[in-house]
Design a protein around this ligand. Structure first.
Ligand code: SIN
Length: 320
């Protein structure tokens, strides 16, 4: 099996001055060759090659890097050069890159993101095992057509559903109410379920000739909120707003009124800050289904590359 590892930085490529330091370190300092050389066992499971896409802390990820990654992966698969791809990534925005690629890669071949919570220099660093497991998952025939996967801490998650739920712990990724897809049990990938929404080979989104994405902002709603941020977003010319509402996407009267007016010209999606459950029955806005606000933002950006029709956008939120 030929597996290409695309490195983007993060804590998995991070180093600190002390082996006991797990917070004061620079992310994105080691290169792809260092990561591969640290896990010689990888070569027992796949023919691996590496490529450095960027070397950053993932809080600094850009849409340009997302487009570069998606186009590079589509190109590698189209050429038939590789059987699977692993992407090493900082954990802070890993779930967003995973969902973006879930919607923009057009292949059933495995694509797996992994990272680390402890820098490579730390005692009991988690990066090497995560990388080995990610390569095993990317090389497994069982991983085909499952959408983009995230492998962390022996767990396999679906890009649509996984989210980072802990600031420091190595068990930082969960799929909350949906549950994980499988485990890497003693080095063997085993799946127990699949995500049913459309992705990768069935996705209608194509970024081949797209050089920037529509400007969509998330507005986080809270008790005693007012119209300040919505007004600023509209003034700045955003094309869409994700409102992370309370409960079932609810919004207080002040903010709702200005969002209803905004929805005459731009697309407004209601999602929820709850972290679980769907947002349903909103007559003035698009329902964000059960996507987190940060993933709803990505789907709306891609939807707006194709249409401004609210019924079409709502269809997409029910299908992806
Ligand atoms: C980052 O997201 O690049 C830093 C944090 C991490 O990788 O865990």
């Amino acid at each position: 099996m030929k597996i290409k590892i695309l490195a983007t930085g993060g804590t998995i490529a991070g180093s600190a001055n002390s082996a006991t330091d797990t917070t004061n370190y620079a992310a994105g300092t080691l290169g792809i060759d260092d990561l591969i050389d640290a896990v010689p066992e990888i070569k027992n499971f796949a023919e691996v090659s590496g490529e450095q896409i960027c070397n950053i802390d993932s809080k600094d990820i850009t849409e340009k890097i997302w487009l570069k990654l998606a186009n590079r992966i589509n190109e590698l698969f189209a050429r038939g050069d590789v059987d699977g791809i692993v992407i090493t990534h900082g954990t802070d925005t890993l779930e967003e890159t995973a969902y973006f690629l879930n919607l923009t890669i057009h292949s059933d071949k495995p694509v797996v993101l992994t990272g680390a919570m402890r820098p490579a220099t730390a005692i009991s660093a988690d990066g090497s095992m995560n990388l080995l497991n990610a390569v095993k998952v990317a090389a497994s025939p069982d991983s085909k057509a499952k959408g983009v996967l995230v492998v962390m801490n022996d767990e396999i998650h679906a890009a649509r559903e996984v989210t980072k739920i802990h600031t420091l712990n190595v068990s930082a990724f969960k799929s909350r109410e949906f549950g994980l897809l499988g485990y890497v049990n003693n080095g063997v990938p085993e799946f127990y379920r699949t995500s049913t929404r459309k992705h990768t080979g069935n996705s209608e989104f194509n970024v081949e000739n797209i050089f920037s994405l529509p400007n969509v902002k998330i507005i986080y709603h809270h008790a005693c909120d007012d119209e300040l941020f919505v007004e600023a977003a509209i003034k700045a010319g955003v094309k869409g707003i994700i409102c992370a509402g309370t409960g079932n996407g609810s919004i207080n009267a002040n903010v709702e009124e200005i969002l209803i007016r905004a929805a005459e010209n731009i697309v407004v999606v209601r999602s929820s800050r709850c972290g679980g459950g769907s947002v349903v029955v909103n007559k003035n806005f698009i329902d964000g289904d059960n996507l987190t606000p940060q993933k709803a933002r990505i789907l709306l950006q891609l939807a707006l590359t194709k249409t401004n029709d609210r019924y079409e956008v709502q269809r997409m939120f029910k299908q992806y």
